[in-house]
Design a protein around this ligand. Structure first.
Ligand SMILES: [Zn+2]
Length: 199
């Protein structure tokens, strides 16, 4: 924990002064252009991968970068999506999967999740992704599931009324990315792997 406090101290002394003007502007302005949905995995850092400044990305992070399909009722992920799309008016939404994803590995390799029942329940939101990769050869299963899962979550995203409305108006674009940890590369999935209505 001490290194975190030291990091805060270094940020205030060395980094903040170089961005003081930006933070003064952001103190009263919140106009991110992109909603970035990634896995909670500590190795995936949206602002680092995209080299963006504070204020540019509205970020939602969930285990397995899963986006539950819309259902009426309170839901923290749905509320964040609605706020980003309908209130802040982001122009782009990115769902970013990644290599060696623990959530996708647990599903692809059939791990016993009985000691983590909340995780097991949450991963049901990847049922469609898993169904589509059933025939993948065993050595490729995790990588195949990571890709299918990004496409499936983009489809889930489109079921949210705020996203459906923005897609119909042509005011938002959905994008699927996969970040490869060992090489630092980002692959953008082509339109063929994305749901209808996505340009
Ligand atoms: Zn992950």
């Amino acid at each position: 924990m001490r290194h975190l406090a030291e990091g805060v101290d270094r940020f205030q002394r060395e980094v903040f002064p170089t961005k003081a003007g930006l933070f003064a502007h952001l103190a009263t302005t919140h106009q991110p252009g992109t909603l970035f949905i990634s896995c909670s995995d500590a190795r995936v850092v949206p602002e680092l991968i995209t080299q963006t400044d504070p204020g540019e990305l509205f970020v939602i992070r969930t285990a397995g970068n899963l986006v539950p399909a819309y259902t009426p009722g309170a839901d923290g992920v749905a509320a964040s999506i609605e706020y980003a799309v309908a209130v802040l008016g982001v122009q782009d939404v990115i769902v970013c999967g990644h290599s060696a994803c623990g959530a996708m590995t647990a599903l692809a390799e059939g791990h016993d999740l009985s000691a983590a029942p909340a995780v097991a329940d949450w991963l049901r939101h990847a049922d469609a992704s898993q169904a589509r990769t059933g025939a993948a050869e065993s050595g490729r299963k995790v990588a195949a599931l990571v890709r299918e899962n990004v496409a499936a979550q983009l489809a889930n995203l489109a079921t949210h009324p705020s996203v459906a409305c923005a897609l119909a108006e042509g005011s938002v674009l959905l994008h699927g990315w996969v970040f490869d940890i060992p090489t630092g590369t980002v692959e953008e999935l082509d339109a063929g792997t994305r749901p209808a209505l996505v340009a």
